[in-house]
Every structure is written in C-alpha cells, then in structure tokens.
Design a binder for this molecule. Structure first.
Ligand SMILES: [Zn+2]
Length: 477
C-alpha cells in the first residue's frame, strides 16, 4: 500500500524584546542564574502581570508577514500544569481567542510553489530551565528564562514530506530573522520546533494516528527525525501493527525517535481565562503603524532582485539569505552601477572568504565601496579579471582600497599598445615553428601565444587588447 505523510509543525520563537512579557526583567541570555528575576516572574502570590506592548508589536509583524487574519480582540488564558521550572503552576498563554489566525506562507517544492497554511499564532511566556548535575543527585532551577516572551506558530498539516517540512521551517525562520523579532538561534533554544506526523493511505481523506516529535534542535535534525519517524510508522502499518498516539523524542546520537509519554499520561491543561490581564484590543491605527514599519520580506526581495537586477533565481536566493547580505550587495550594485558583476563577486569570492572564516557579512573587511571601486576598475580595463581575484583577496586581508593594493603590488594592466606589440613580436620571433604551424591551420596554437605573452608580462596584459593585436600580427606575419 502507498502511504502519504501528513505533517504539521509547531514553532516556538523567542522574541527579541529587551524585557520579559509581564515584568521589567531583562531577557538577556547567559546571565548569572536567577539574577534576572522579580516577584512577578518568580510567581510570588499576589503579584500582577502587566503586558509588554512590544510583544504584541512583534506578534503583529509576524502575522502580517505570514498573511494572517488579525483579530481585533484576544485574551490570555492560564495553562495549568505542574513542573519544577514553572513556579506559578500555570503558564500564561492564549487559547480560546487567538490574536491572529488563518494565514499562509509559500514554500518551494519539487513540484513548484506550494502554499502552507498557518492555523494560528499566539503569545505566551517561557518557563525556566532545569540544570541537572551529573555528579550529584541534585537539580538546579534557573528562572532567568521564566517570562521571556514567545510566539507559537501553529502550522496546518499541509506538509507532505520531510523536505517540505524543512523548507517550511527555513521560511518561518527566515521571516522571523528578517523581521528582527527573533535571533533564530536553534542551539540556544530561541527557535524551537515540534512536529505532528502521521501516515494515511494515498487517496484517503482522514488522517492516520499521529505522533508528536520533540527535541529537534537543528534543521538537519528536523529532517532526519521526520524521515526516521515516517519509515517507522510505515513499517508498523505495513507489518499489520498500529501507530500509538504518543510524544516521541529525537535521539540525535542514536539517529532514532524514542517514546517519551503516551496519550494516557498526557496533560489535561484545564485552560481557563487569565483573570489578571485585560483583553488585548488591536485597533486599525495600531495595525497601520506596524504595517508602515514592516521591512521588505525575503520573498519580495528575491523577486525584486530577479526583476530589477536580472539576477538568476539562484543568485537572488543566495543574496537574500539575510537582510545584511542583501543590503551589502545592493550597496555594491548601486556604487558600481553593475549589478550582475556585483552579484558575481558577492556570491563568489566575498561569501567564500566569509564562509572560510565563519564570519557574517557584518564582519566583512571589504567595504562595499571598495568592492564597487574594484568592479569599476575591471570595467575600465585598468585591471584584468585575474588581477581582480588577487586584489579582492588582498582587500579582504587588509581592508585596503583597490587603488592602494594596485599601487603596492604594481598591478596595473598593460594597455599600452606599443609595449604589448613589442612583447608579442619577441614571442613570435622566438617561436617560428609554432607561427608556421598556426598559419597552416593549427589554430589551437593561438592559446599558446596568449600564454607566452601573459607570462612575459606577468599576467598584466589586457586580454582583449592582446587578442586583437596577436590576431593582426599572426595574420600578416
Ligand atoms: Zn521579572
């Protein structure tokens, strides 16, 4: 029997606000344990939460970027469960009245573009962190993270393969980072993903029994975990077994998913309205304000780069990986007036240098103005493309301007016709046999003469000029 995967992802994104969602404590990562706490986020009795407006601003940005419907009014709810890193015994989240819902994003699949639905996005507070000491029977609680704002992006079960799921996750990640509302760091847990996954016979409408996958902390892990789980479920179904509804953890080292808890033990959260917080009302004015400040999104940027600069879809994709890289490219394109060449240099040498040193474009020693100046020098014929390779490398090492490097290395191209003619005459005189062979039809030898001339001039001959001259001289020789 042929099975079809049905996958839906839930993404938790930690928001880049300076302070927590319901108190004024700092959200900075890596501080001394329990130093960023106050009675509110410690869950002391009798304290009152106050909503941080920035959190709603960020939620609205994400809602607009994912084509969601924004509800004028929404409310908070208490999600009750007992956990050592949750001192209140409940988490403030949103449940019955989500602030935004029914959105979608587009992903690229083998079969072209595909729209993936977003069920809802809501706000909630994060819980603390338990630290287990391997050498002693003691666990520690760090409540610095308690009350750090999160948005949960619940996707529709529209994904039909592990690749599609990975593509969807990358798009969500890219949008969050572009909006500058989440740093997207998966290792530090500021971008987390759970997956619901099931199989059904092709053609069947109803979903099969699903499992929930947790603990996937990289894009690669997500894809591997889903691929493994699909195979596991398929094997079960084909051998006459049944899939049990349960939560499973991805074990990266073993490369398998493992049962964590079954449905019977699953929590009953007994949601009820949070009595200490008033409903959130998002009026048109607030929405307009956010919409006006919305940056150009990656997909729009990609399409604009393709049409405005005539770049290939691939180059446009590479250049819009991050806002900083896209800005860098546009600056080089603008200053040099040559977007194609700018794209080639940025996606080629510049990215290679940066990747080799694991640096971001923000740390790039080559200023856009310097790269643009170099591109203009190639266009003017002052330097050859081959020289430019050396110059770009030197610019990356020293941060210097191309003019400085050209001066230091004596790299200016020879465009003096007399000097080139003299060099060529000497080469032709030295190689009479090759000249005769060329003239009797062995045209491949042209490259030999070019090579000799380049050698004689230390690679500084202007190639176009050299070719012209050589052709003329060989013709009348
Ligand atoms: Zn606090």
């Amino acid at each position: 029997m042929n099975f079809e995967p049905v996958i839906g992802l839930e993404v938790h994104a930690q928001l880049l606000t300076d302070t927590k969602i319901f108190c004024g404590c700092s959200t900075k990562f890596g501080a001394e344990p329990n130093s960023h706490t106050c009675p509110v986020c410690l869950g002391m009795p009798g304290v009152l939460p106050v909503l941080n407006k920035k959190v709603v601003d960020f939620l609205l940005k994400m809602a607009m970027a994912t084509n969601c419907q924004i509800n004028r009014e929404s409310s908070f709810a208490r999600k009750n469960y007992f956990y050592p890193d949750l001192p209140k015994g409940y988490q403030i989240s949103q449940y019955a009245e989500p602030p935004v819902e029914h959105g979608w994003i587009e992903i690229e699949t083998e079969g072209g573009k595909k729209r993936i639905g977003i069920t809802r996005i809501h706000m909630e507070e994060d819980a603390g962190k338990l630290i287990h000491d391997e050498n002693s029977p003691v666990s520690y609680v760090d409540l610095n993270r308690t009350g750090v704002p999160l948005i949960e992006i619940v996707g529709d079960p529209d994904l039909r393969s592990a690749e599609e799921a990975a593509a969807y996750l990358r798009r969500i990640h890219e949008i969050l980072v572009y909006l500058e509302i989440c740093d997207g760091n998966m290792e530090e847990g500021s971008f987390r993903c759970d997956a619901n996954i099931s199989l059904r016979p092709v053609g069947q409408k109803e979903f099969g029994t699903r499992t929930e996958l947790k603990n996937m902390n990289s894009f690669r892990n997500v894809q591997r975990a889903l691929e493994y789980e699909l195979k596991r479920q398929q094997y079960l179904l084909e051998s006459g077994g049944v899939v049990v509804q349960e939560t499973r953890l991805w074990d990266d080292a073993a490369g398998v998913t493992k049962a964590m808890r079954s449905k019977e033990e699953a929590h009953d959260y007994r949601y009820f309205p949070e009595p200490d917080l008033v409903p959130i009302v998002v009026d048109d004015e607030w929405q307009d304000e956010i919409r006006r400040a919305l940056p150009e999104l990656p997909l729009e940027k990609r399409e604009r780069f393709s049409s405005e600069y005539q770049l290939s879809a691939y180059d446009a994709g590479v250049l819009t990986q991050s806002r900083a890289l896209a800005d860098y490219f546009e600056e080089v394109a603008r200053l040099s007036g040559q977007p194609k060449a700018a794209a080639n240099w940025v996606t080629g040498d510049i990215l290679r240098f940066l990747n080799d040193e694991k640096k971001t474009v923000g740390e790039c020693p080559v200023a856009p103005a310097n790269l643009a100046a170099m591109i203009s020098l190639i266009q003017a014929g002052t330097i050859s493309g081959k020289m430019a390779k050396d110059i770009s490398e030197a610019m990356y090492k020293t941060g210097g301007t191309p003019e400085e490097i050209i001066r230091e290395k004596g790299l200016v191209q020879i465009t003096d016709g007399d000097a080139l003619t003299a060099a060529l005459s000497e080469i032709l005189a030295k190689n009479p046999d090759q000249v005769a062979q060329y003239q009797s039809g062995k045209e491949k030898l042209f490259g030999f003469f070019v090579g000799q001339a380049m050698k004689a001039t230390g690679g500084k001959a202007n190639p176009r000029m050299l070719n012209d001259l050589l052709q003329k001289m060989l013709a009348k020789h």
